[in-house]
Design a protein around this ligand. Structure first.
Ligand code: T5A
Length: 208
């Protein structure tokens, strides 16, 4: 049995956390042993780095430093959790992965995408998700949903244009890699979003 890496992506408030459990359940119903995790984070060390990246600290976090911290967390997560799970034939379901780096640090912050691609090559040595589901809504909808929830981190307090640029990168990557990425319109009632997610998982599993 070969392990698979499935990632769930999208901007703030599109419903990633809400739908992780749903996807996990669908996989488990199909008899798949799934390890559910998130980025940045997923191991004790990577979770410490996550706190550094998300906290609104006194000292500014330069964009390049943010990028390197995210890849440092990813390196720990990959070597200490994701690769061992995949090697044992487990499936890994991850809330965000490297597409988020291209979208947020590339699109949002404006760091060159080539630098991100080089770090991706260095840290991941060719490992990429087998399936990526991109939940997509207009930026304002997602931000409104998290505003209702209250409390903001370093990213959630960014301006609208930051997220618009990030969304463009997400959508363009999905368009460039249609064999890996599926885009779901998340600006609909949750039941409709989950009907689509169930179909995506069913079709994906039918290939095995
Ligand atoms: N980051 C991460 C980078 O900058 N670079 C990287 O490489 C990586 C990996 C992570 C932050 O780190 C950044 C991006 C992020 O800013 P996080 O807390 O994990 O921080 O942030 P999010 O992943 O954005 O988590 P959120 O909780 O903010 O968004 P979710 O998980 O997409 O949204 P969710 O599920 O909590 O839903 C939000 C609200 O909307 C409702 C839910 O009930 C909830 O109240 N909702 C819906 N309402 C109506 N209709 C629907 N279809 C709904 N779906 C959900």
């Amino acid at each position: 049995m070969i392990g698979r890496l499935i990632t769930l992506e999208g901007l703030e408030g599109v419903g990633k956390s809400t739908n992780m459990e749903f996807i996990q359940r669908k996989l488990q119903e199909a008899g798949i042993d799934v390890d559910v995790t998130r980025e940045p984070g997923g191991t004790p060390l990577a979770e410490k780095i996550r706190a550094l990246v998300l906290d609104t600290a006194d000292e500014p976090l330069p964009d390049l430093c943010e990028l390197l911290l995210i890849f440092a967390a990813r390196s720990a997560h990959l070597e200490n959790r994701i690769r061992p799970a995949l090697d044992h034939g487990r499936w890994v379901l991850c809330d965000r992965f490297t597409d988020a780096t291209f979208a947020y640090q590339g699109g949002g912050r404006g760091l060159p995408l080539e630098i991100i691609a080089r770090l991706e090559g260095l840290v991941q040595s060719g490992l990429k998700p087998d399936l990526t589901i991109l939940l997509d809504t207009p930026v304002e909808i997602g931000l409104e949903r998290i505003r209702e929830r209250g409390g903001t981190d370093r990213f959630e307090s960014q301006r609208l244009e930051f997220f618009q640029r990030a969304r463009e990168v997400y959508l363009s990557r999905a368009q460039q890699e249609p064999e890996r990425c599926v885009v779901v319109d998340a600006n609909r009632p949750l039941t409709q979003v989950q009907d689509d997610l169930a179909k995506i998982i069913e079709v994906y599993l039918s290939n095995f």
